[in-house]
Design a protein around this ligand. Structure first.
Ligand code: CDP
Length: 231
């Protein structure tokens, strides 16, 4: 069957990753979490003193990226069946999910030179098609020619509740209020930044999953994939 590119974009904590991961598994595609790459760059900044008092050392980060000191790769985790994120050959899948990284990720992702480097890496990973990539600018900037583009939305409260439950289940400390504040802040930064702001591609299909069960959502998605493959 013809392989296509599937772009999934939307606001923070909208369930994009779970949905995209699940879809990729179901149809035998490679799943790429572009947000994990921005989170990994943020973790690198925190680990190397490039992010202090809410200020990013842009020159330091630029040099690190230019010197290939921030190597981000994905490797399949046999237990979960999903790719784990590696930063300089260390598994950082859990380290990038905490609130400290989440709090700074949008600011790091707003830097043009960071986006430039990540977008180039993402395009290289998707060259062979057969990928599901999720993020904020996948259908608009990374793969403007993707055969299927989905834009996921849900209310900030629904998204914060889901993320809070997810973090709690993983044993990562956070309060619902803190998560809701973070979701709102990232919505704002992501939609108002100058470099590739979060917006729906003109040819994207909207999926409001506030009221959908995971099973209903999956059924909807598989139907859209079937349509896109024969198109
Ligand atoms: O899963 P969640 O919605 O919490 O966010 P994420 O996908 O892990 O992305 C972390 C941060 O990276 C977001 O808050 C965005 O600011 C940024 N991001 C981006 O700018 N462009 C992307 N393609 C993906 C993420």
């Amino acid at each position: 069957m013809k392989k296509i590119t599937i772009a999934v974009d939307g606001y923070s904590a909208g369930g994009k990753s779970t949905m995209a991961k699940d879809l990729a598994k179901e149809i035998g595609y490679v799943y790429i979490d572009s947000g994990a790459m921005y989170r990994a760059v943020t973790l690198y900044c925190l680990q190397h003193g490039l992010l202090k008092n809410e200020k990013i050392d842009e020159e330091g980060l630029k040099a690190a990226l230019a010197n290939n000191a921030v190597r981000i790769t994905f490797h399949a985790n046999a237990a979960t069946g999903c790719p784990d994120t590696f930063l300089n050959e260390t598994n950082v899948e859990n380290a990038i999910r905490g609130m400290e990284v989440a709090d700074h990720a949008s600011a790091v992702a707003a830097l043009g030179f960071v986006r430039h480097a990540m977008v180039a890496a993402q395009q290289a990973m998707g060259r062979e098609k057969g990928v599901v990539m999720d993020g904020r600018d996948i259908g608009t900037v990374v793969f403007p020619d993707a055969e299927l583009k989905i834009f996921v939305t849900a209310s900030p409260e629904v998204r914060a509740r889901r993320r809070f439950n997810e973090l709690t289940a993983k044993g990562i400390a956070a309060s619902y209020e803190e998560v809701l504040t973070n979701v709102r802040k990232r919505d704002h930064v992501d939609s108002t930044r100058e470099e590739s702001p979060l917006r729906q591609a003109a040819d994207a299909l909207i999926l409001d999953n506030s009221e959908l069960s995971p099973a209903e959502q999956k059924e909807w998605l598989l139907a859209r994939v079937r349509e896109a493959v024969v198109r």
